[in-house]
Ligand binder design. Structure first.
Ligand SMILES: Nc1nc2c(ncn2[C@@H]2O[C@H](COP(=O)(O)OP(=O)(O)OP(=O)(O)O)[C@@H](O)[C@H]2O)c(=O)[nH]1
Ligand SMILES: [Mg+2]
Length: 342
């Protein structure tokens, strides 16, 4: 399925129905009482977070959503019916922006949460409302107010606890396949992963956390090289990052350079992302060459104060332990008081 994580749409609320000018026509009172009813209110547009939706694909085809108008008032004091609000389901985790000003309007994190970007116009008053001591037979009624219209931008941010970062081919998707039921594509060429995906990791009988697999980063990603950094926004809500380093066919210095490259791209995207707690993971430990270089690699990282963790997604070695470590870090982060996680 195509993954669309951004969309720009026009939302238009319904106009209010016009008020009515009418008089009761009775046999001996040609202009009986004024009896024009009010118009009904127009429908508002309501965005509602739906946990079953995974993409903004619908909005590729439907760029404008329009709510119904309110009905007009009519004679005998009948008010026009108010229009129903138009409920528009969006994926859970959608952030709503005003497309013109760029202002963030809402963040629909919780399933079922709602935001009203545009309100329906109020129905106009019928002439029955304009009777006064001096005007007994008003011929005046209000038109319905127009409904609001606005252009908004929707952006999905995946709701994951832990994000995987690393160069292409570092073994991110392989790890996700190993530790969760998700089956992202794995291949020995760079940029196998083209869109972000989530995997649910079970760490105990009733404990799970969500891991996000995103496309690999390379030097210059923040300038759009490779797949760029446009997917990094999906990590903005994660609490912890796992930084995967592949040492196959590489010297220790090259591994350190790779590690610095990825961190530099994180900083260029968002300082906040760069300061998230990171676990550094040396992958592909089933390969002899990787095992041989490991002691030196470990020492080089230790010199920088970084503790390395070993895994092999091929054999599963170290994967369970790594998930336990991530889970413990997540528990700690969640426990930390007054920290606004976003
Ligand atoms: N031997 C061995 N090979 C691995 C291991 N993990 C990944 N690989 C191989 O490394 C290559 C890249 O793996 P992926 O999981 O697709 O890497 P990725 O980081 O998701 O790559 P991109 O999506 O391109 O960023 C594939 O050929 C995998 O089979 C491992 O633990 N052992
Ligand atoms: Mg991948």
């Amino acid at each position: 399925m195509k993954f669309i994580d951004e969309a720009q749409i026009t939302v238009a609320a319904g106009d209010g129905g016009d008020g009515c000018v009418a008089f009761l026509r009775e046999k001996f009172r040609p202009l009986g009482g004024p009896a024009g009813g009010d118009g009904g209110d127009g429908g508002s547009v309501v965005l509602r977070a739906d946990e079953r939706l995974g993409s903004l694909l619908d909005f590729e085809y439907k760029r404008k959503v329009v709510a119904e108008k309110g009905a007009q008032g009519s004679g005998k004091n009948r008010h026009g019916a108010a229009a129903q609000d138009l409920i528009v389901p969006v994926p859970q985790g959608t952030v709503v922006y005003d497309a013109e000003t760029g202002e963030q309007l809402a963040d629909l994190k919780e399933a079922g949460s709602e935001y009203v970007p545009v309100y329906g116009g109020r129905g106009g008053r019928g002439n029955a409302r304009f009777v006064s001591s001096t005007v007994q037979a008003p011929r005046r009624a209000d038109p319905g107010e127009p409904g609001e219209t606005r252009v908004i931008r929707l952006e999905i941010r995946l709701l994951a606890d832990c994000g995987l970062v690393g160069l292409p081919n570092a073994g991110k998707s392989s790890l996700v396949s190993r530790v969760s039921a998700a089956r992202p594509k794995v291949a020995d060429y760079p940029f196998t992963t083209l869109v972000p995906a989530l995997g649910v990791v079970r760490v105990g009988i009733d404990r799970t956390f969500v891991l996000a697999d995103i496309p690999g980063l390379i030097e210059g990603a923040h300038e759009g090289v490779g797949l760029g950094i446009r997917f990094l926004k999906h990590l903005s809500r994660t609490s912890v990052l796992a930084h995967l380093v592949d040492s196959s066919l590489k010297s220790v210095d090259e591994c350190l350079a790779d590690y610095d490259t990825v961190n530099a791209e994180l900083v260029s995207f968002d300082e906040g992302l760069a300061t998230k707690p990171q676990v550094v993971v040396a992958t592909k430990q089933d390969l002899t060459e990787v095992r041989e270089v490991y002691p030196k690699l470990e020492a080089a990282f230790a010199q920088r104060g970084v503790v390395l963790h070993k895994v092999s997604s091929a054999t599963g070695e170290g994967c369970g332990a790594l998930m336990q470590i991530l889970d413990r870090m997540l528990t700690e982060v969640h426990r930390a008081p007054d920290e606004e996680r976003d």
